[in-house]
Design a protein around this ligand. Sequence first.
Ligand SMILES: [Zn+2]
Length: 332
Amino acid sequence: MKKNPIISILTASVLIVLACQSPLTTATATLTPATSTASATQTETPAPTLTASATLAPIIKRVLIVSFDGLRPDAIAAAPMPSLEQLMQGGAYSLRAQTTYPSLTLPAHTSMLTGECPYKHKVTWNDYIPENGIALGTDLFDLAYAAGLRTVMIVGKLKLAEVITAPESLSLFEFHPEGESVIAARAADEMRNGFGVMFVHFPTPDLQGHEFGWMSEEQFASLREADGALGVLLAGLNLNGLRETTLVIVTADHGGHDTTHGTDSLEDMTIPWVISGPGVISQELSIPIHTMDTAATAAFMLNLVRPAEWDGLPVLQAFGLPSPVRGPLVCR
Ligand SMILES: [Zn+2]
């Protein structure tokens, strides 16, 4: 419930510094849940002998998480999005991952990055309300920053500020309303300074969906532009010699239907989940994946100890490893 003193100086265009490979043949998504219910998440049966240090963590130095706001999996091929499709071809992916309910930007991104269901992190609102404070619990940025890693968040919606994590857990936070090209250029440039966890958010596909409809030509155009911005990020990794030691996760906060989202329909709840980097085996993932698994996978691969209350599990199948056994747990 901390109040961020810098929030008052956030302006429309200001940059805020707080401190300091199998061929892809199935790009067409089917909106079929990978679990029996869209709201189900899992509990973990511990696999005590399996640690990241025993597997791949030594060669994974950092994690880049990219969220396309409002990206439905079936829009990837329809848009199309060649940069993301190329990442899928060389990596592992699911086009049936599930977000949390309500399928709204703030609650979903908070689950993505805290590893917790909304009833735990308590962020169930979707507009910035300062008096509501920030997400409860320990999130991915808290863990990474405490471990001495540089944490970076560059977003295209101001409301993502000061809700997901405490400002003191971010080495750098920037908000850019100008769109994907500016966001990607700044993020790629910032890679020169190194990072442990970088979260980049592309807002426009959601905005176009609300104005013109999900799966509209206008939204496809914004997805193509955002896809180009993803290419800029990947080029930034290459340019800085980081690609071979960086885990990249690309996902979305929710899907959408007509000109809205927020329901528990498959169109709203189903999201893509793509992972690429050292040790990732090219495949379509068969296990159920929930958005909380993004934080869990990043933490695991960075050798950060996940809080016991996290609902997310590391997606070890992507690395050809046995995944933790999951049981049913209602996430709302
Ligand atoms: Zn959203």
